[in-house]
Write a protein that binds this ligand. Structure first.
Ligand SMILES: C[S@@+](CC[C@H](N)C(=O)[O-])C[C@H]1O[C@@H](n2cnc3c(N)ncnc32)[C@H](O)[C@@H]1O
Length: 235
């Protein structure tokens, strides 16, 4: 997935060159140097893949984001969106794949600095024109987000935040969309730091002047399942 674009190829060739040097390539001959480049390329892919948590593509994560897209799209026109705790910004990828014309710009903010480079790869189609990028992925703390010109704030990681201070910073009158779940387990892989065991407890954390929807989606497997909550409204 990462090896086909020119930036990746340039990067891994330069990694190979930095590590072994041009002279070494000349010395060993073409076949050996190709093997060395191949090994370096595999090491480069491993470095990216080791960083990535593939749970981001799990059925429940994707289904929850499809639900979010379906419910939020009717409220959007030329929208400037901020996604807090954006992880690999698969949500921006999905929003733009579904309805590119509804968005002016989507900015993902995550405090994990390993996320933005991977998010940039996934959202490459909307970043390729760096002067007119539709997607921006930045490393940062949600509480420091700049809401100037923003029309929608999304947080579908609310159960992974330590508190509601990020919500307090959002200006009154803003359209917001928040997801959480009924999971309460602080251990991996859930890592819940802000549990909402019921929909009512989730709703009570986020004071809205107008609520457009507050609902639950059941993610059910054979023997096990969980609830995903979502609220959409005006702060
Ligand atoms: C497990 S992930 C996302 C899960 C969520 N269901 C989703 O797919 O959107 C949670 C993310 O929130 C980020 N995060 C937690 N607290 C944050 C904060 N205060 N500011 C920015 N990002 C934050 C973490 O770094 C992590 O990437």
């Amino acid at each position: 997935m990462y090896g086909n674009d020119p930036i990746s190829i340039a990067l891994w060739v330069s990694i190979a060159e930095t590590r072994f040097g041009h002279k070494n390539f000349d010395h060993i001959g073409n076949i050996s140097s190709n093997v060395i480049i191949l090994i370096s390329f595999i090491q480069y892919l491993a470095a990216i893949n080791n960083n990535m948590n593939y749970d981001a593509f799990s059925h429940g994560q994707i289904k929850s984001k499809l639900w979010l897209c379906e419910q939020i799209e009717p409220y959007l026109e030329n929208a400037n969106v901020i996604i807090l705790g954006s992880w690999y910004n698969i949500l921006a990828f999905m929003m733009l794949t579904r309805c590119q014309h509804k968005y002016n710009q989507i900015t993902g903010i995550d405090l994990d600095q390993s996320c933005a480079p991977i998010a940039n790869k996934l959202c490459d189609a909307w970043i390729v024109d760096q002067y007119d990028a539709k997607v921006k992925n930045v490393h940062g703390f949600a509480d420091n987000a700049d809401y100037f010109g923003v029309s929608l704030v999304i947080n579908c990681s609310a159960e992974h935040f330590t508190d509601q201070s990020w919500f307090d910073k959002i200006p009154a009158g803003m359209l917001v969309c928040i997801q959480s779940s009924n999971m309460t387990d602080p251990a991996a892989p859930w890592l819940i730091t802000n549990p909402s065991p019921t929909l009512a407890s989730f709703i009570s954390k986020y004071n809205l002047t107008t609520t457009y929807m507050a609902d639950t989606m059941r993610i059910q497997y054979d023997q096990w399942g969980y609830d995903r909550y979502m609220i959409i409204g005006i702060k």
